[in-house]
Design a protein around this ligand. Structure first.
Ligand SMILES: *Cc1c(COP(=O)(O)O)cnc(C)c1O
Length: 421
């Protein structure tokens, strides 16, 4: 459920009309609903009610500071994957003891930033990273709390580019080697082993792969404890899939996911962390774009819109699906046309949908891409010298631009031409 619904023939974000935002900020732009973000966070928080837990928002999915502050104030921790994300979370007011640092390529500089600013834990993914972290922590006179990310070798049954928990994926340490790696961690100075981490992929639409992975983590917890390690925290990753309106087999609900977690690991007495990204942010945002031209091709019609793959790369990168709806509510039983919906960029990949049945549209009409809150704005680029598009946050009947559109000049003036040219 989200808060992007038609009212009086107009698409609304909560109590604000999308057409009104478009008139003020220009197209294309992203708009996020505060109520939807908070609701999705709370679904996870409630699903783990009864056990000690922290829901850490995977902020790589949507990292605007206004969104981080909204979720942080509601009690969310943050899962960060870079020094930049760490500093952004801090700038948004999230305290270090609620920030988890994930990622396979943390640099020493990033480790230093997090250790100096305070960190809940590092999720370590390799022996060399562990050695580097040990050195950095010792040099700062600190103890770095760590979990080791294990790769449980389960098939997440998702798109290859977003699967992370099979043995051929680059993430984590093979679970079969975990006991040796924990023994090594215990011997290194400056590290404090506190738990285990696992994350098997994204957009999972079944509970079973999670269950298999968590069962392996539970077994490993017992083994590591018998080896003398303190395992008091389990980070179970993110990855629960989001429902799309066209789905008939919708992914499991957070409440079902939470119940499964309690079944598989609840008896261990560990504090539980989860790192959902897209399920919190995905359906909390839409991309609003305007039809520039309707073009007739060989046996097909193209809807050329002013948003492009540089603004929203998911369809080009992962063949991701986005429901695309007109901002003015279509009449029931009105005329339908089949369109290829494309952006203006000179790449065939700049295609959002092929052969999509839509209410018939004309130039200058607005359309909204649903489920665009996650991995949308954060993956945008200025390809084709298209300035990054604005982000807008709605709260009830108010809205605010939370990142404005740079001017062409600002974008162009970031280059510098050396004096010898
Ligand atoms: C990407 C990622 C997440 C979030 O994944 P979603 O599919 O957005 O829920 C969580 N944890 C780690 C380590 C990740 O890399």
């Amino acid at each position: 459920m989200d808060h992007f619904l038609y009212r009086d023939g107009q698409l609304m974000a909560e109590d604000v009309s999308i057409a009104e935002i478009a008139a003020q900020v220009g197209t294309p732009f992203y708009v996020y609903s505060s109520a939807t973000l908070l609701r999705h966070f709370k679904l996870f928080d409630d699903a783990l009610d009864g056990i000690d837990h922290l829901v850490c928002f995977a902020m790589k999915s949507l990292s605007n500071q206004a969104v981080l502050k909204l979720l942080g104030d509601a009690g969310a921790g943050m899962d960060v994957v870079s020094g930049g994300e760490y500093l952004r979370a801090k700038a948004a007011g999230v305290s270090g003891d609620k920030i988890v640092f994930s990622g396979i390529g943390k640099t020493r500089d990033e480790m230093r930033i997090a250790l100096e600013g305070g960190i809940r834990q590092f999720n370590v993914e390799s022996e060399p990273e562990m050695e580097a972290l040990s050195e950095v922590a010792v040099s700062l006179g600190k103890a770095a709390p760590i979990t080791v990310r294990v790769n449980p070798d389960v098939d997440a049954k998702t798109h290859a580019k977003i699967s992370t928990g099979k043995k051929e994926d680059k993430f984590g340490i093979p679970i079969s080697r975990a006991r040796d790696v924990y023994a090594m961690a215990a011997d290194l100075p400056g590290l404090k082993v506190i738990g285990i981490d696992v994350h098997i992929g994204s957009q999972l639409t079944e509970l079973e792969p999670f269950r298999l992975a968590y069962r392996k983590v539970a077994e490993l917890t017992e083994q590591l404890r018998s080896d003398g390690h303190e395992i008091s925290r389990l980070d179970l990753g993110g990855g629960l899939g989001i429902p799309y309106a066209r789905d008939n087999n919708a992914p499991p609900l957070p409440i079902e996911y939470g119940a499964m977690i309690k079944e598989e690991v609840g008896h261990l007495g560990c504090e539980i962390e989860i790192e959902p990204g897209r399920l919190i942010s995905g359906n909390s945002g839409i991309l609003v774009t305007k039809v520039i031209y309707v073009k007739s091709g060989e046996g097909r019609k193209f809807l050329i819109v002013d948003g492009a793959m540089n603004d929203l790369i998911r369809p080009a990168m992962y063949e991701a699906h986005h429901d695309i709806i007109p901002v003015i509510e279509p009449q029931a039983g009105g005329e339908q046309t089949q369109y290829d919906i494309v952006g203006p960029i000179c790449e065939s990949g700049d295609t959002f949908a092929k052969g999509r049945n839509m209410p018939t549209l004309n130039a200058d009409e607005l359309v909204a891409f649903r489920s665009a809150g996650a991995y949308g704005a954060v993956m945008a680029s200025e390809y084709n010298s298209r300035p990054l598009i604005p982000e807008v946050l709605v709260h009830g009947d108010q809205f605010a631009v939370i990142r404005r559109r740079p001017t062409f000049e600002e974008m162009i003036n970031r280059d510098s031409i050396p004096e010898w040219l």
